[in-house]
Design a protein around this ligand. Structure first.
Ligand SMILES: *[C@@H]1O[C@H](CO)[C@@H](O)[C@H](O)[C@H]1NC(C)=O
Ligand SMILES: *[C@@H]1O[C@H](CO)[C@@H](O)[C@H](O)[C@H]1NC(C)=O
Length: 193
């Protein structure tokens, strides 16, 4: 009698231990580990300076940015609060649209300020030339478009720009207040490997 009681207790104990350890394994699955930057081929961190012009064309036969949503109040509101646009804007080396194109600025910008002309920008800079061909930089920030100069964070990148961090300095080159067409000068300073 005493032996079988001990046996039952042992079986219970082993079963409980197995159940608990499998639960613990489920809570802490082995899905990560720490590796050396070298194992990803990451060498020296470097600072790149990119200079180009961003063409936002809202009117004419070939617009590069289109309104995709608006709040019922967006039109009447002088700050266009609630208006959202999708852009696929050419990036060129000079301020003229005909100058050499080095990529596109693709993404969303929305009027996010109820009182002033202030955009929230979520744009991927997609490069199509030279060393940066196929690489992207992701920009996310606040753009007060009537200010002489603006600074927007670069929050990441892909390809050559993996692990990128930095900022974009914006200056309006030309702005047509009737059409909204704008050419904006970008100076981007970005750390990458
Ligand atoms: C714009 O709209 C917001 C929200 O509807 C409102 O609070 C604000 O006063 C409006 N601004 C103007 C200039 O009409
Ligand atoms: C950029 O990369 C694409 C895809 O690999 C290629 O087709 C294109 O020719 C490249 N452009 C330049 C200018 O190197």
């Amino acid at each position: 009698m005493a032996i079988s009681k001990t046996l039952i207790m042992s079986i219970l104990y082993i079963t409980l231990t197995l159940v608990l350890s499998s639960l613990a394994a489920a809570e802490d699955p082995d899905f990560y580990r720490y590796i050396s930057p070298k194992s990803l081929g990451l060498k020296k961190k470097q600072l790149a300076h990119l200079h180009f012009y961003f063409h936002d064309i809202n009117s004419g036969p070939k617009p590069t940015a289109v309104n995709i949503a608006r709040a019922p109040t967006s039109n009447a509101n002088t700050s266009f609060f609630g208006l959202l646009s999708m852009a696929d804007d050419p990036l060129t080396v000079g301020p003229e649209l005909g100058s050499k194109q080095i990529g596109k600025g693709q993404g969303l910008y929305g009027f996010a300020d109820q009182n002033e002309l202030g955009l929230v920008m979520l744009i991927n800079m997609v490069f199509t030339e030279g060393k940066f061909n196929g690489s992207t930089l992701s920009l996310l920030g606040r753009n007060m478009i009537l200010a002489a100069e603006r600074e927007l964070p670069i929050v990441g990148g892909s390809g050559v720009f993996r692990f990128a961090r930095g900022y974009a300095h914006l200056r309006t080159n030309t702005l047509d207040t009737k059409t909204g067409n704008a050419v904006v000068e970008y100076n981007i300073y970005v750390f990458h490997y």
